[in-house]
Design a protein. Sequence first.
Length: 305
Amino acid sequence: MLKIRSFILSILFLFILSGVGWGAAGQILIEGKAGSGASLTDIPLDSDYTAADEVMVGAGVGTHGQVTLGASQFLGKKAAGAAINLTATEARAILGVADGADETGSNAPQAHKASHQNGGADEMTVVGLNGLLADDQHVLNAEVQAVSINNVKEDTTPELGGDLNLNQKSLVLDPTPTVDHTWNGIETTHTAGENLVIGDVCYLKSDGKYWKVDADAEATTKGDILMATASITAAATGVFLESGYIRDNTWAWTTGQELFCSITPGNPTATRPSGAADIVRIIGHAYNADVIKFKVDETYLEIGS
């Protein structure tokens, strides 16, 4: 009796280990599935596989079929029909990825890149993006234009990092400034020794400041001569013209006239000084009625008594 009981217990133990259990009356549970009687036909067997790389796929309730995967094929399911083996082209169609697309960057740029470039059919923009790139998109569009320099004249305070090589070219001045009280040429910044207005001709005094020229004496006419380009108060700094073209609509010169230092302090004049001990020094020419070409002659004459 003990031997029979031991045998029955061994059988039950094997059922438990193999996933077989008792179901409803007259049924055996195999891996959790109820089957009529003790049939094991629901379990795929080695003999069901007829080729290498074959996958069992359910084909309906209680049935299955085989799908054999070839080289570079995928197991998948299209919009309709059963799961099948798919080619790379069919898999890309399901994923919506174009042929040649590079997701990893490990390959050289593909031909489709042209469509994402400027003017391409699928040009990439930052419109509608979120996050840092969207926050900083001003670097890519309108605001970069607002802070960038598209040509040299937009930079009102340009500086060079070294010598400017003209490369056998020229600095071109405008001899006909059209706006009153404007100028162009070579300019420097200095301190005024007294109150000055635009057009005042000035000399460098021993105190390092610029004072109005007076042709009555050599001391107030010789040396470095400049022209004030604006009103400058005494002891203040301002811009002086070294050489170039300057316009003042109150002038009424005759084109081509020689212009001199005047015995009226600071004034340019077309009248040559003629008094005893007066200094005759040319400071430029009248380019037209309102424009002086300022170019001081380094030599001067003193009229004898």
